[in-house]
Design a protein around this ligand. Structure first.
Ligand code: SAM
Length: 313
């Protein structure tokens, strides 16, 4: 299947001023995936070095192969992106000119049906982006208390019928538990009243999103990672983030807002220099993909892009 990186040219354009300002520019691709964005950046700037991270070893292998031509200008690292400071310090790098986050799962992960991300195919309940670590979806479904399941389904899945689904997950344990993605998808369908089943696409979508977010600790990691990313940026450097669901985008928006607000008391006649904001939003609000890109790549449908620049040390 053809994989197209979302907002590829826009991301390159947003990082260009920061890369061009620097004599020996470095960009962190925090979500290397199959290396589409990194490829575009390496192609565009002959002096650019990239540090590419991913928690998925399979993605790293594919990206390394794809970016082989530039192997002297890219470090490929198996890491979770809240480890950016540790990765940079290990590489002896003090500050970087850009950091790109293309959040969520990759099309590679969705296409590999046996990884259990898809409710449309029968597979083991795994859903880990890093197959070498952490709890699987089956572990969550088998061991979490009802109240924890309800919270996850409500908060991460915005699921109205969280109580009924959680109740049925607990009941299923008594009869041998859920064995596959299809078992879970069927349980969700059976938990939802018939009229609600007819609207809003597959009813399992929200539950699968919720369990995946919990399994990969996606929101906690993002919340920890963004301040660390801002800290690693040099003056003139930018952080660019693409989110694909509202919970992620809310975190990005809040962290960027906080970083770009002056802490100087408003009632003072002049702004206190040391309390001025160290960051400025590159544009207000978030950007979406064009209708043309959405037509060519359905993943672009839900993207929200935000960018911030460091203006003071
Ligand atoms: C949408 S894909 C990136 C696609 C990439 N930009 C491209 O053009 O090919 C997201 C990638 O981020 C990785 N990822 C998600 N959360 C991560 C985290 N917390 N730390 C490191 N990698 C993560 C996933 O494993 C996946 O490979």
């Amino acid at each position: 299947m053809i994989h197209r990186s979302v907002l590829r040219d826009r991301c390159v354009a947003l990082l260009t001023p920061s890369i061009e300002k620097s004599a020996d520019p470095i960009v962190v691709d925090a979500t290397l995936g199959m290396g589409g964005h990194s490829e575009a950046l390496l192609e565009s700037f002959a002096n650019l070095r990239i540090v590419g991270l991913d928690r998925d070893k399979e993605a790293l292998a594919i990206a390394s192969h794809r970016l082989e031509r530039w192997s002297d200008r890219i470090d490929v690292v198996h890491a979770v992106y809240d480890q950016i400071p540790e990765v940079l310090s290990e590489l002896g790098i003090n500050g970087v000119d850009g950091i790109l986050f293309d959040l969520g799962v990759s099309s590679l992960q969705l296409d590999e049906l046996e990884r259990g991300f898809s409710y449309a195919h029968s597979a083991p309940l795994d859903m880990r982006m890093d197959k070498s670590a952490g709890l699987t979806a089956a572990d969550v479904l088998e061991t979490y208390e009802k109240s924890q399941l309800i919270r996850i389904l409500k908060v991460y899945g915005e699921e109205k019928f969280a109580n009924r689904i959680a109740e049925n997950i607990i009941k299923a344990r008594a009869v041998g538990g859920l064995k596959s993605t299809t078992d879970l998808a069927e349980l969700v369908k059976a938990s939802i009243p018939a009229p609600a089943r007819r609207i809003g696409g597959n009813p399992a979508k929200r539950t699968f999103q919720a369990i995946r977010i919990e399994v990969n600790q996606e929101l906690e990691i993002l919340q920890r990672a963004l301040p660390k990313a801002l800290n690693a940026i040099k003056v003139g450097g930018r952080v660019v983030v693409m989110s694909f669901q509202s919970l992620e985008d809310r975190i990005v928006k809040e962290v960027f807002q906080e970083a770009s607000e002056s802490k100087s008391p408003r009632e003072l006649p002049i702004e206190i220099e040391s309390l001025k904001a160290k960051f400025e939003l590159v544009f207000r609000g978030s950007e979406k993909a064009s209708a043309k890109e959405i037509e060519e790549n359905s993943r672009a449908q839900s993207v929200r892009l935000r960018a911030i620049e460091r203006v003071a040390s």
